[in-house]
Design a binder for this molecule. Structure first.
Ligand code: PLP
Length: 485
């Protein structure tokens, strides 16, 4: 097996120790090879990238293949029979068929190309037949683009309700979930939304809830945006009614494209409130009638991104050439090693340096870790100060609440009363104002590993974390770092 670049002897020993602990790491050698070719820009530019949940990184070969395609062809706007239009249509069709095959969805689903996962979710929110007698149920752990659907529900006087999480592991309170799924039997048009994987805690929620909910009359919306970059999703096995995702999260390029999978049997459930170019078979102006397309085109308003869509096939081919299981294995190993090593860091007085929220092992969890650093007195180091130090070290990580306020409210122990009090008095503030008003530190630091992560990245982050050992926050000038209290 080829060895990694070794900055020093200590690294050498630590790496050897790591290899001994994780013998299957060598099965993921292909990713170290690609790091030196397709992802070499990371080392050339000295970046330590730990934000794969924010956005994945593209391989250079993806860009080259896509640019070759554009350079050597002439593509016109699809929706016509002229030769350049047909050439574009053919590639869009190929990409769509490839996506459906990749997720084993070719028999049962339509694949609607969208701008991103949020746009896919908005289509469901806008078109789902919410009414006074329907119900929207969602998990506390959800991205804001799913939370936002409740506004469509409210607008149509449909009730909505949240399923809580356990604070210890940020997993679903399954007893309550079961009760809630059973308690709306008298309602029609019931939509249950959950993420396949949390974009914050990395928790993979059990996909078995999809079938369970459907059997009790619910339509299920699965937000797969954080799951599919490092896990296989087989839509023959689990069959949610609607699935959302963004392609840049799987293979980095292109941005601006996502998908909404609609189960064919649920297609007519969605009621599009308007029509647009490309979505109709026929419109009359004299007589106010129209007839919508009976396929994915119904939800693709106007001209689709026909020059970038072919790059989706290139991206998926890249993932297949590696194997999603290989990526999954690599992510699992690094996540396990990071959690264990960070939790072992101790101040001289024995206190922990790092608090990890959510599961502390890799059972049913992905490669996203949410944590905070604490000083020797157990006081949380402001995450914006951590971010500042990380930026200086060219480490790309995330801080804040990651568009997932429900999860933040759970692990920061924010009560509904506190939130209500704030909104009754303030109403307009951003996250920082809320923190100041409540006098309570919220938010955290998020790191995530992925396709191009190597041991050097992981090692560098652990070295970075060591600077907090024996730190005394009260002796530090945090200055403008707002989360200080
Ligand atoms: C779980 C999840 N859902 C939805 C989204 C929204 O994706 P986008 O910003 O690409 O629309 C994200 C983005 O981070 C996510 O992680």
């Amino acid at each position: 097996m080829k060895t990694e670049p070794k900055p020093n002897v200590e690294f050498d020993n630590v790496f050897q120790d790591f290899i001994d602990q994780y013998p299957t790491y060598s099965d993921t050698q292909i990713l170290d090879d690609l790091r030196e070719t397709d992802y070499s820009r990371l080392d050339k530019l000295g970046h330590i990238y730990l934000d794969y949940t924010g956005g994945n990184l593209y391989a250079e070969s993806q860009i080259e293949k896509h640019h070759e395609l554009l350079k050597n062809n002439v593509f016109g706007n699809p929706h016509s029979t002229n030769p350049t239009s047909l050439a574009a249509t053919q590639l869009v069709n190929e990409a769509r068929a490839y996506v459906l095959k990749y997720f084993n969805a070719q028999d049962d689903y339509f694949c609607v190309f969208t701008a991103n996962a949020s746009n896919a979710l908005k289509i469901v929110g806008e078109c789902y037949p919410f009414c006074e007698n329907s119900q929207f149920l969602l998990t506390y752990d959800n991205h804001n683009s799913v939370n936002g659907i409740r506004e469509f529900a409210k607008h149509k006087e449909c009730g909505f309700d949240y399923v809580p999480l356990y604070i210890e592991n940020l997993r679903l309170d399954e007893k309550t979930l079961k009760e809630k799924l059973k308690s709306f039997d008298h309602k029609t048009n019931k939509l249950f939304a959950l993420p396949a994987q949390s974009n914050v805690s990395g928790v993979k929620h059990p996909l078995t809830w999809i079938r369970y909910a459907q059997k009790r009359g619910w339509d299920v919306l699965l937000d797969a945006a954080a799951f599919v970059p490092s896990s296989p999703l087989n839509l023959k096995e689990v069959q949610p009614d609607f699935v959302s995702m963004s392609f840049y999260k799987i293979f980095g390029y292109p941005t601006g494209l996502g998908a909404l999978f609609i189960k064919k049997s649920s297609f007519h459930k969605l009621q599009k409130p308007w029509f647009a170019g490309g979505t109709v078979n026929f419109v009359s102006v004299g007589e106010s009638t129209f007839s919508l397309e009976e396929s994915c085109a119904r939800f693709e308003d106007g001209t689709i991104n026909y020059l970038d869509i072919p790059a989706i096939k290139i991206g998926l081919e890249h993932i297949e050439s590696i194997g999603i299981e290989t990526i999954q294995n690599r992510v699992r190993i690094f996540t396990d090693y990071l959690i264990k090593t960070l939790l072992e860091l101790k101040h001289s007085n024995g206190r922990e340096v790092v608090t990890v929220f959510g599961p502390k092992n890799t059972t049913n969890r992905g490669g996203t870790i949410i944590l905070n650093f604490c000083d020797e007195n157990g006081k949380m180091i402001p995450w914006d100060y951590v971010e500042h130090l990380a930026n200086e070290a060219k480490i790309s990580l995330r801080t804040g609440c990651f568009c997932n306020p429900g999860l933040d409210e759970v692990y920061s122990c924010v009560s509904i009363t506190e939130t209500m009090k704030y909104f009754s008095q303030m109403n307009k503030g951003g996250f920082k104002e809320v923190i100041k008003y409540m006098g309570k530190l919220r938010g955290a630091v998020r790191i995530s590993v992925g396709i191009a992560t190597n041991f050097k990245d992981v090692y560098s982050f652990i070295q970075f974390a060591k600077q907090f050992v024996n730190m005394n926050a009260s002796e530090l000038e945090f200055g403008h770092y707002m989360s200080e209290h």
